[in-house]
Design a protein around this ligand. Structure first.
Ligand SMILES: C[S@@+](CC[C@H](N)C(=O)[O-])C[C@H]1O[C@@H](n2cnc3c(N)ncnc32)[C@H](O)[C@@H]1O
Ligand code: SF4
Length: 448
């Protein structure tokens, strides 16, 4: 199995968006951005998803691929939140007030590395403008290295009901290699407390392929993850992208698992999670059968965006604020400038913060939907209209049947084999006309 999979190890997009974010077009003007936001009021689904990017961390981990910095000076932090509220003041006025909030996500960075009152002020700002739908999800990403029980209680009181912990590995040696501190509260106790406080869909992130990881050592991490019994486990492939994150070069001093070992780490973990009763969901998630994502996956209602997987009922149009944040509408993406100091400066000077605005053509929307369905469900049934749009890509995809990556069920439907589902990015790439000419090395991470 591993040797077969290695044949498909190539640089490819993760397809969190279509087109991939690093290929978005430049934003033209503030008027263009405003029009896209105004137009989004009539798109479906009509509910509101909000994303807030908190780009601060207590310290930066060497392996990290996220947009964050450790500029923790209070003066700058205050200026950042002031800018964020200013961005909200302007843009919330573009959204129809009758629409309701179904989802809020605070990501980063580490949103809990700032005084929690800053998060509360953002929630209050939203509440002044919009009503919440019943069972709205309010989620936060947390590095447990700096989280106390008191902080978690505060978050619950503020209305947070979903949490994702970056665990990465239970082995302290591995955490040391990647420049990370261990959890302040032992993970099993932390998860119990999180459950007691009423959080649902509790997630832990693990990463395979980190420097120093071995099959033996990672098996122990997986055992501990199963014992800790979170509702969801995200098992990310370490993305080594030193051309984007130069500090990752430092990790090359350690033994970074090669593709073959990396694949073994993933397959062993997958087997253990499935044996323990978790269901495989999407590309890299494992969830308990009782979790909402399990149901969504089984009924073809799984959705994926920059915040991760969610159900189709939860997601609305995504309105994103802060440095690097990407708004995701049914017909466009709009992204703010990455650098947080530059973001603040532009807001203070009344300049536009949006650097990219990708309007989607009919063809791109079809491709986005088709690729998302394939990546979420490991199968794809095309309507006749979709088939017209993806005709060349469909032919490229069908050609993989002879390689054992998929089975064609009828002229409009395929299902990935087990092998194919493990290299689903490779399958998705066949549908993508951009990838037939685009340079991929040094632009996208490796599929394994
Ligand atoms: C914004 S971070 C999570 C929140 C928090 N800052 C933390 O570290 O726990 C999101 C997740 O992305 C994953 N991640 C970060 N850098 C990565 C990389 N280079 N390759 C794969 N996954 C990565 C990690 O699992 C991390 O938990
Ligand atoms: S992994 Fe999390 S804590 Fe570490 S630098 Fe990245 S965002 Fe910050």
């Amino acid at each position: 199995m591993i040797d077969s999979l290695l044949r498909y190890n190539t640089n490819a997009p993760r397809y969190t968006s279509y087109p991939p974010a690093n290929l978005f077009q430049e934003a033209k003007s503030k008027e263009q951005v405003q029009k896209l936001w105004l137009d989004s009021n009539v798109l479906l689904p009509e509910t509101l998803s909000f994303y807030f990017h908190i780009p601060f961390c207590v310290k930066r981990c060497l392996f990290c691929g996220c947009t964050s910095d450790t500029l923790h000076d209070e003066f700058f932090r205050n200026a950042y939140f002031e800018a964020l509220h200013q961005e909200m003041n302007e843009k919330l006025s573009w959204i129809n007030k009758e629409r309701k909030i179904s989802q809020i996500h605070f990501g980063g960075g580490t949103p809990t590395s700032v005084p929690l009152v800053e998060l509360e002020k953002i929630l209050c700002h939203l509440k002044e403008n919009f009503e919440f739908q019943e069972n709205a999800e309010v989620a936060i990403e947390i590095n447990p290295a700096t989280l106390t029980g008191e902080m978690l209680k505060n978050l619950a009181q503020m209305g947070f009901n979903r949490v994702s912990y970056g665990v990465q590995d239970f082995d302290l040696e591995i955490l040391k290699n990647i420049g990370r501190d261990s959890s302040l509260i032992a993970i099993p106790e932390l998860l119990s407390l999180t459950r007691e406080l009423g959080f649902k869909g509790i997630n832990i992130d693990l990463v395979y392929g980190l420097p120093g990881q071995t099959e033996e050592g990672f098996a122990k991490t997986i055992e501990k993850a199963i014992e800790a019994s979170s509702d969801r486990i995200a098992l990310f492939s370490y993305a080594h992208v030193p051309w984007m994150r130069p500090e990752q070069k430092k990790l090359e001093a350690f033994a970074i698992p090669e593709a073959k070992t990396k694949m073994a780490l993933f397959l062993n973990a997958r087997e253990a999670f499935l044996k323990a009763g978790y269901l495989a969901v999407g590309m890299d998630h494992f969830v308990k059968p009782s979790d909402a994502l399990a149901n969504a996956s089984l009924s073809g209602m799984l959705h994926r965006n920059f915040q991760g997987y969610c159900t189709r009922e939860t997601t609305g149009q995504v309105y994103a604020f802060g440095a690097s944040a990407i708004s995701q509408f049914d017909n466009a993406y709009v992204q703010n400038i990455h650098n947080s100091a530059e973001y603040v400066k532009r807001i203070q000077n009344g300049q536009m913060t949006e650097i990219r605005a990708q309007e989607l053509s009919h063809e791109q929307r079809v491709l986005r939907n088709v690729i998302e369905r394939l990546m979420c469900n490991n199968r794809l049934k095309l309507s006749d209209n979709e088939k017209v749009v993806v005709s060349e890509g469909w032919k490229r995809l069908l050609a993989l049947e002879s390689e054992g990556l998929l089975n064609q069920l009828n002229e409009n439907e395929i299902v990935a084999t087990e092998l194919g589902s493990l290299v689903i990015r490779y399958l998705a790439m066949q549908l993508d006309p951009l990838m037939q000419t685009q340079k991929r090395e040094g632009v996208f991470s490796q599929t394994i």
